[in-house]
Design a binder for this molecule. Structure first.
Ligand code: C2E
Ligand code: MG
Ligand code: MG
Ligand code: MG
Length: 281
C-alpha cells in the first residue's frame, strides 16, 4: 500500500488503484492534447468482394502515435475517449481525414471506392451528428453513397433514438453497418429493430471457420438470415485463403482481414488502388 498525503488529510490507496488512476489521468490529458496537436493518424484496411476478389473500399482505423508514450492501440484509448467525450472532436477529425484521403485517391483516378468509418454511439447521440456528417461529405466533395458508418452493436443505448439517427444518416445517402455482429446480447433482434444496410460478422466466428463446425453453422445462419432480409454481409478477420473461400461459398459478400491486407498507411494503399484485384497469390 502507498500513503498519499495532501492538505493534512491522509488517504490509503491500493497500489494498483493508484497506478490505474494515474494512468487514466495521464491518458485523458494526453488524449485531449493529442487531438489539438494531431498526434493521430489513420490506417486503411482493404475490403474485398469475395466473388470477384475486387477491391471495394477501405475501413479507416485510427492510430494514436504519442511522441513519448509511443503507439497506443485503439482498444486502449477509444473507451477512455468515449467516457471523456474526447471522441466527439476526435471522431469529427477521423471522418474528415478519411474523406480527405478518399478525395485524394479520387483525384488520382481511383473512383467508385467506398470508405467505412467507425463511429462511437456517443457520437451518434450528439445533437448535430447528421449535419456534421453532411458537412464533411460536402467539404470533401464525396458522394454520400461512398460512406459507410460502422457502429458496434454492444454499445447501443436507446434503440428508438439510435434508430432515428441511423435513418437520418441513411437519408443522406450513406449506409450504416452493425460492426462485430454476433458478439452482443441480442444480435438478431437488432437486425429487425435497427434500419441498417450491412452486418459485419465478428472475427471470433471467422477465426476457426475451417475447423469448427459450430462456427461454420453460426456464420452460415447469419449469412442466410442477412441475405433473406436483403442486407450486405461483410466478414472481418479473414486470415486465410480458406476462410475467404468458405465465406464466399456460404454467400457472404465481402471480406476483410490479414489475408488480404493488414491496416496500412495511405502510401501503401496505392498498390491496392492500382491493382484492383486483391487476394490472388
Ligand atoms: P473494428 O472496427 O471491429 O476493427 C477491426 C479490428 O480488427 C481492427 O483493430 C483491425 O486491425 C483488426 N483486424 C483486421 N483484420 C484482422 C485479422 O485478419 N485478424 C485479426 N486478429 N485482427 C484483424 P484495431 O485497428 O486495433 O481497432 C480495434 C477497434 O477499435 C475497432 O474494431 C473499433 O471498434 C475501434 N476503432 C478503431 N478505429 C476507430 C475509429 O476511428 N473510431 C472509433 N470510434 N473506433 C475505432
Ligand atoms: Mg469497424
Ligand atoms: Mg469489427
Ligand atoms: Mg470492434
Amino acid at each position: 500500500k502507498v500513503k498519499v498525503e495532501g492538505g493534512g488529510s491522509l488517504a490509503l490507496y491500493e497500489l494498483g488503484t493508484v497506478s490505474k488512476t494515474l494512468e487514466r489521468i495521464l491518458l485523458e490529458n494526453e488524449l485531449k492534447r493529442s487531438v489539438e496537436q494531431e498526434y493521430f493518424q489513420l490506417e486503411y484496411q482493404p475490403k474485398v468482394d469475395l466473388k470477384t476478389l475486387e477491391l471495394t473500399g477501405f475501413e479507416a482505423l485510427v492510430r494514436w502515435n504519442h511522441p513519448d508514450l509511443g503507439r497506443i492501440p485503439p482498444d486502449r484509448f477509444i473507451p477512455l475517449a468515449e467516457e471523456t467525450k474526447v471522441i466527439v472532436p476526435l471522431g469529427e477529425w477521423i471522418l474528415n481525414e478519411a474523406l480527405a484521403q478518399l478525395r485524394e485517391w479520387e483525384e488520382m483516378g481511383h473512383t467508385n471506392l467506398r470508405m467505412a468509418v467507425n463511429f462511437s454511439t456517443i457520437q451518434i447521440e450528439e445533437e448535430n451528428i447528421v449535419e456534421m456528417i453532411q458537412q464533411a461529405l460536402q467539404c470533401h466533395h464525396i458522394s454520400p453513397t461512398q460512406l459507410e458508418v460502422e457502429l458496434t452493436e454492444s454499445t447501443f443505448v436507446n434503440k428508438d433514438e439510435m434508430s432515428k439517427k441511423i435513418q437520418q444518416i441513411r437519408d443522406l445517402g450513406a449506409t450504416v453497418a452493425i460492426d462485430d455482429f454476433g458478439t452482443g446480447y441480442s444480435s438478431f433482434s437488432y437486425i429487425k429493430e435497427l434500419p441498417v444496410d450491412t452486418v459485419k460478422i465478428d472475427r471470433a466466428f471467422i477465426q476457426d471457420l475451417d475447423e469448427n463446425e459450430d462456427s461454420k453453422a453460426i456464420v452460415s445462419a447469419i449469412v442466410t438470415l442477412a441475405n433473406t432480409v436483403g442486407l450486405n454481409i461483410v466478414a472481418e478477420g479473414v486470415e486465410t485463403k480458406q476462410h475467404g473461400e468458405i465465406l464466399a461459398s456460404l454467400g457472404c459478400h465481402e471480406g476483410q482481414g490479414y489475408y488480404y491486407s493488414r491496416p496500412i498507411a495511405p502510401v501503401e494503399c496505392v498498390f491496392f488502388l492500382e491493382n484492383r484485384i486483391v487476394g490472388i497469390q
